[in-house]
Design a protein around this ligand. Sequence first.
Ligand code: HEC
Length: 160
Amino acid sequence: MLRKLVLAALALLLGGFLLIQLVPYGRDHTNPPVVQEPAWDSPTTRALTMRACGDCHSNETVWPWYSHIAPVSWLVYRDTVEGRHHFNVSEWNNPRGGEDAAETVIKGEMPPAIYLLAHPEARLSPAERDQLIAGLLATFGGEGRSENAQPEQGEVEEGD
Ligand code: HEC
């Protein structure tokens, strides 16, 4: 009896898993063209940014095999669309987010922890992290020169 229940549950799970593969959301992995990059202060800054941020903040996303499998595909797709929307170094003809870039690294918000679990190559050593922060500040400006940077005054939260 128990065995039958377990088998039925497994069959349901498997069926569900197969069914969600039919959902079209998140399957479009065509990268838009690279239109214009920022005026990087150095090739190192560009390399570190592409390594740690490029999958979600450029049009040169590398889509791993699991990004084709739901439900992970939905998360990866959403992160990429959202990430590009806030800050996209391949569309610097329409610059956005640059002034916050260094700060997100200083605060440890970017790259997201869950991304680093799946992408050990995007992890930065403390020295690389410092180099990236300095490079982002030199390229984009922005807050975060020191730990006790003043909170921005009169900044309007942009809605989604
Ligand atoms: C796994 C995908 C992913 C990676 C990798 C990633 N980001 Fe993000 N980033 C996002 C998403 C999603 C958002 C928008 C939602 C949010 O703010 O959390 C975002 C938002 C941002 C923003 C706008 C936030 C704001 O306060 O305006 C900046 C700037 C940013 N990221 C910089 C970076 C930098 C710099 C790196 C690399 C060190 C990086 N991100 C790596 C997904 C990513």
